[in-house]
Design a protein around this ligand. Structure first.
Ligand code: TZP
Ligand code: MG
Length: 211
């Protein structure tokens, strides 16, 4: 699949560490898919996350669901799994090994990279083969135990402005701050808890779509 920046508009990330009951995980995912997310990232990471055959089983089901709804499917930091299940893309954090080597190994898929600071941006800025960058955490997040400090809206704006790639903001984004985040020139927002903790996913995505 060819990457396009419109995919970043409403970017939803989920793993079973966020929604532990597997049936609930699929229910949350399907509600998000049917109500207008533009990209899904399967991120199985942190306390309680699945590995091996269990992770493969979930990834295969996610591939089926995302295909059924024609929503692009990205896997966080697992190139082998992404190739096996025919994911559309992969995403790498700064701690996910050598980024240049990861890009080469991700042939045929689009590539996203997380950036938190100016220095991190500069370190990747000459690489080819990147399709988008995730910038954050913009605000404090409860969804990532080892998250870097929140960078705030000004730093987000500065990184968005100079980025040679399409950008997506991440970290602590809620219905209360979503409009200010999108008022920067960012291409979209990536969220976990704004959707996964919501009692009404349809309403959250209706609100998001009319911003
Ligand atoms: N990377 C930076 S912050 C974050 C990730 C994966 C977690 C975002 O979760 P939430 O609940 O939207 O703050
Ligand atoms: Mg990562």
């Amino acid at each position: 699949m060819i990457f396009n920046r419109a995919m970043l508009a409403r970017y939803f990330i989920l793993g079973t560490q966020n929604v532990t009951d597997e049936r609930m995980f699929y229910k949350v995912l399907e509600e998000a898919l049917s109500n207008g997310i533009t990209l899904f990232q399967y991120r199985e990471k942190g306390f309680g996350s699945l590995v091996g055959a269990n992770k493969l089983r979930v990834a295969q089901r996610v591939r089926e669901l995302t295909s059924a709804y024609h929503v692009p499917f990205v896997i966080d930091d697992d190139i082998v799994l992404a190739h096996i299940v025919h994911a559309d893309g992969v995403h790498f954090g700064q701690g996910d090994g050598n980024i240049a080597a990861n890009i080469v190994a991700s042939h045929g898929m689009f590539v996203g990279v997380s950036v938190s600071t100016q220095a991190e941006y500069e370190r990747i800025s000459l690489l080819s083969g990147i399709d988008n960058i995730g910038i954050g955490p913009v605000f404090e997040t409860k969804s990532k135990a080892d998250a870097k400090p929140a960078i705030g809206l000004i730093a987000l704006e500065r990184l968005v402005e100079q980025s040679r790639w399409p950008t997506v903001a991440i970290g602590g984004i809620s219905q209360d701050n979503l409009a200010t985040v999108l008022a920067t020139d960012v291409d979209g927002a990536a969220v976990i808890s704004m959707i996964s903790d919501s009692s009404n996913i349809e309403n959250v995505l209706k609100y998001w779509q009319q911003l």
